[in-house]
Ligand binder design. Sequence first.
Ligand code: NAG
Length: 362
Amino acid sequence: MKGNIFLHVVLSWLLLAVSADTEDTEPSIEVDGNGYLIFCLCMGRFGNQAEHFLGGLAFAKAVNRTLILPSWRTYKNIPFTDWFKIEKLAQYHRVILAEDFMRDLAPTVWPPGQRTGFCFSFDENTECKMKEGNPFGPFWDELGVNFDSMKAFTVAYHEPERWVQRFSPSEYPVVALKGAPASFPMATEHRALQQYMEWSDSIVEQGQRYIQQNFPGRKYVGIHLRNGPDWEKACGHLEGGLSSFMASPQCINPRSSEKVTQEICFPSTDIILSQIKEHVEETGATVVYVATDKNPLIHEIGSHLADLKVSVFHQDPWLPQLDLYILGEADHFIGNCVSSFTSFVARARTVHNKPTSFWAVR
Ligand SMILES: *[C@@H]1O[C@H](CO)[C@@H](O)[C@H](O)[C@H]1NC(C)=O
């Protein structure tokens, strides 16, 4: 018995030694002969950037180039892996972190002097202006990229086969695009790619710390209230209803006869309170967690649910991603159908079969 264990230990030690040895002799990073793709997530805040990212991820796979994971944009570049795990994305397609690519591969694969920027346009004479304005300029500056030339192309992103012919990897080992090769709102068929977006350990730790410190082990309903003045103004365009408005395809099929109304976009406090109560009763929750850009309605919710002994929590986290994480973990989530911030939470919850509903949508 003892002898067997000893033998086993020696054998595993030998195996370890052998595999460590082979790793040493391999080059640290291989160059992808099928080329690389990078683009700026230069539109809007995180919710919009995430929708663009998933569309761009699908496109990178369709054209079979390694996706250089763009930094997220706040007032500065945030490395992709600060918020999400690269290992999970790699299960779907070949990816490399932009900061790693610039340090390890760009000097040989994409050296200064050979950096072309591309943008889609119906007119090939369009000037691309890759770095004009914010966040375009700061995004590339922070990655240390200057463009030696810029070219417009006319092949649309929904034609990956033609696109591959236009951009051969031997001629263009790296294709840098001005914007994401994706639509907004995102294509419905790309929503499932959310399964490859797994929060980084740091986000999970910070989100869990808040939950453990404030309402450990209690059931909670998470809600997203989009009610700032900019939003109220935007919702004003919905008089009479539209078939599609911003992220609304997440809950209303644009080809159906249903309309996105002002009420869905900017629900009244009465609607909000009655929907919260319904789901608090249904789930047996004793906590409501509120994420908002403006007014958390803490007192209104507290007094409406006074009989149910519900506590209301709201933080204005320095990282909106903490709100997204906490809403993702809730026993029920109620969000705004028109908002891409809500859409991120709703997609993440679908991955784990958690229920979501939307204000004023039945
Ligand atoms: C896609 O690219 C990878 C890596 O360069 C390559 O091994 C693979 O054969 C390519 N697939 C197709 C269908 O071309």
